[in-house]
Write a protein of this length. Structure first.
Length: 638
């Protein structure tokens, strides 16, 4: 039974926390010295998959009744223009508006000349269009022809994307997962503690696929053609989540923590995350419920109420991170210049306090033991080029449109955790969780996020960051001391999108909404996983798991878009995306927190788009993708 408890306590740790907290929990190897203890260990994760994938697309371009009339008139006008010595439209050299005006002018001139001569056909043409038989009618005719030629050119341009049926592409493939560490992450951690455990340091190094590109910091001028993954991989070691020093200071009411450096502090963070990349993609994480405190070179402070004081259960934290402008210099004109690496800059460089405060993070929470935890925090952010979290190109489009530092301030987050089914523990990470006394334990967490966007038009540029609101509900638990383990998330959000990231039909054809004309977008979904011990009365080290998830994105819009180099109006635009995934796997555990697994999985994606462009064309786009694959992976702690 002790092995069972240890196995599932370790599994719960793996389920609920990142590597940063895991190594603080698993103090596997400790050296005792005269000034304190040093603990160290290693951790690794890797997954490989191979399978078969298939993608298909279908684009339909059909004329509306209005468009059919316009194209008939426009085609006639262009034909007549060419017959009379004019040139045909060339999309590579001609401006559509200018060409339509030229053809319309020629058509109106020709009709006017014929009308002056009393030509019966010219009179019938005007009367057939409901126009007066005079100069005003001729002018109106020219305008109609101009619009008709524009409609004809639009139809011709869009028709080039019409696939006249379904286009399919299939292939067998091999890949490495999880994508956040390029498939293979090996970490080494070392932590130091004074005898009273009131001062210490935490440090870890990671060697992963992502670090293969670290050399670019030292030689940013090297061509990608010169990248040699075998050679560059020799230096593939990078600082991981933690490189901090800290101290604890007590008084009768509360304990203060001060930390310096790179860190991820998780006292208030959500606990219910994924299960080590064994399940399918698009699964929500701990941070979707409540974000951790995350700094690169910051200062962190926290206050925690003492257990025997009136502040028992109270917790507050704050951090400030000036890393934004490290690696940046400013010339006499105020232009920012980005250096190859932070080590190349003058160490006397500083960041303005205002910009540093834009990366401020602060939270507060209160826990009623065995009942609930409530919490709230501010997570500072900006789209300014000084924000180290993003590449400078990430929000360049928004900045080019006139948005800047003070149009987005980050977000507010609120959360509540229900602890009533945890046997007095505050989470699965709480050492008070005793599966002998509480054989069935369950944790429920709810988080709600609201971005602070001062210019609502900015929401068009990233619906998954500048949403109006987002919420995520998570649950995790064990049944009969872990014979069955389960977890799930249900989430949803609402925002505005320019649709560019959702409507890429290939060949540069996508729909980018104009500023202020974003589409209303709703996102929602769920994921779930359950693991069952198949030898509960034996060694209890073999488990079968089943996971699945589904999400939907729905958008509607009327407004102005940019497509094919033109500004177009769209109406009744509707977009839907459906993503499904499922996986069945077998897992073999050994030594509590170590395991190997193999499974079979599938992903399916369906997207549809339809709308009317310039009242001329009914445009439809359908895309389907499916993938069947076998993942094989391992996770080890030493």
């Amino acid at each position: 039974m002790k092995k069972l408890v240890a196995a599932f306590a370790g599994l719960a740790v793996a389920c609920g926390v990142s590597f940063a907290e895991t190594y603080e929990t698993l103090k596997a190897h400790t050296l005792q010295t005269s000034i304190g203890d040093i603990s160290f260990g290693a951790w690794g994760r890797s997954t490989f998959e191979f399978g078969h994938q298939k993608q298909s697309t279908k684009i339909g371009v059909d004329l509306t009744s209005t468009g059919n009339t316009a194209v008939t008139l426009g085609t006639q006008a262009i034909t007549s223009y060419v017959q009379n010595g004019g040139s045909a439209y060339d999309a590579s050299t001609d401006d559509a508006t200018t060409y339509a005006t030229t053809v319309a002018t020629a058509a109106a001139t020709q009709l006017g000349t014929a009308l002056l001569s009393g030509d019966a056909t010219a009179i019938a043409t005007l009367q057939g269009l409901g126009l007066t038989v005079d100069a005003a009618g001729v002018q109106a005719y020219g305008e109609l022809v101009g619009n008709a030629v524009g409609a004809t050119i639009l139809y011709s341009g869009l028709k080039a994307f019409d696939t006249n049926g379904e286009v399919t592409d299939t292939s067998n493939y091999a890949a490495i997962e999880p994508d956040w560490s390029y498939g293979n992450r090996i970490g080494f951690w070392i932590i130091g503690r004074t005898p009273n455990e009131h001062f210490g340091f935490d440090f870890n190094l990671d060697a992963d696929g992502r670090a293969l590109f670290v050399h670019k910091l030292w030689d940013s001028t090297e061509s990608t053609a010169d990248t040699n993954y075998n050679e560059d991989g020799k230096y593939a070691v990078a600082i991981g989540d933690q490189a901090k020093m800290w101290g604890l200071f007590d008084n009768p009411l509360f304990q203060t923590k001060v930390a310096f450096g790179r860190m991820r502090e998780q006292e208030l963070r959500g606990t219910i995350g994924d299960f080590g990349q064994r399940e399918s993609s698009d699964v929500k994480s701990e941070d979707d419920i409540f974000q951790e405190i995350w700094t690169a070179t910051g200062l962190f402070l926290s206050v925690k109420g003492m257990e025997d004081s009136v502040l028992n259960g109270f917790y507050a934290n704050a951090s400030i991170d000036p890393a934004g402008l490290i690696g940046i210099t400013t010339d006499s004109t105020g232009t920012l210049t980005y250096s190859d690496s932070a080590t190349d800059t003058d160490r006397s460089k500083s960041i303005s306090l205002y910009k540093a405060m834009r990366n401020f993070q602060g939270g507060i929470g209160y826990t009623v033991p065995g009942i609930a935890q409530i919490k709230a925090q501010y997570w500072g952010d900006s789209i300014d080029t000084s924000n180290y979290r993003y590449a400078t190109s990430t929000y360049k489009t928004a900045r080019d449109a006139g948005f800047g530092l003070n149009d987005y301030y980050g977000r507010m987050e609120f959360g509540i955790d229900w602890l009533g089914f945890m046997g007095g523990a505050t989470s699965f990470l709480d050492p008070k969780l005793d599966l002998e006394k509480t054989p069935n334990a369950n944790l429920i967490e709810l988080g709600f996020k609201v971005p602070i966007v001062t210019d609502s038009d900015l929401r068009d540029y990233d619906p998954e960051k500048f949403y109006n609101w987002y919420t995520c509900l998570g649950t995790m638990g064990v049944i009969q001391k872990g014979f069955i383990l389960y977890k799930a998330h249900v989430w949803g959000g609402q925002g505005v999108s320019n649709l560019a990231q959702y409507t890429d039909m290939g060949n540069g054809m996508n729909l980018t909404m104009a500023k202020g004309d974003g589409a209303d977008i709703i996102m929602a979904g769920f994921d779930a996983l359950a693991e069952v011990c198949i030898n509960p009365f034996g060694k209890q080290d073999v488990f079968v798991g089943l996971s699945g998830n589904y999400n939907i994105t729905n958008a509607t819009a009327d407004g102005t878009v940019s497509a094919l180099g033109n500004t177009l109006s769209v109406s009744d635009l509707k977009l839907q995306q459906h993503n499904f995934a499922a996986e069945l796997y077998v897992k073999k555990t050994f030594a509590a927190n170590n395991f190997m697994f193999a499974g079979i999985a599938g992903n399916w994606s369906i997207q549809s788009l339809e709308g009317t462009v310039n009242s001329v064309v009914d445009l439809s786009y359908k895309a389907k993708a499916q993938k069947f694959y076998m993942p094989i992976g391992v996770e080890l702690f030493f």
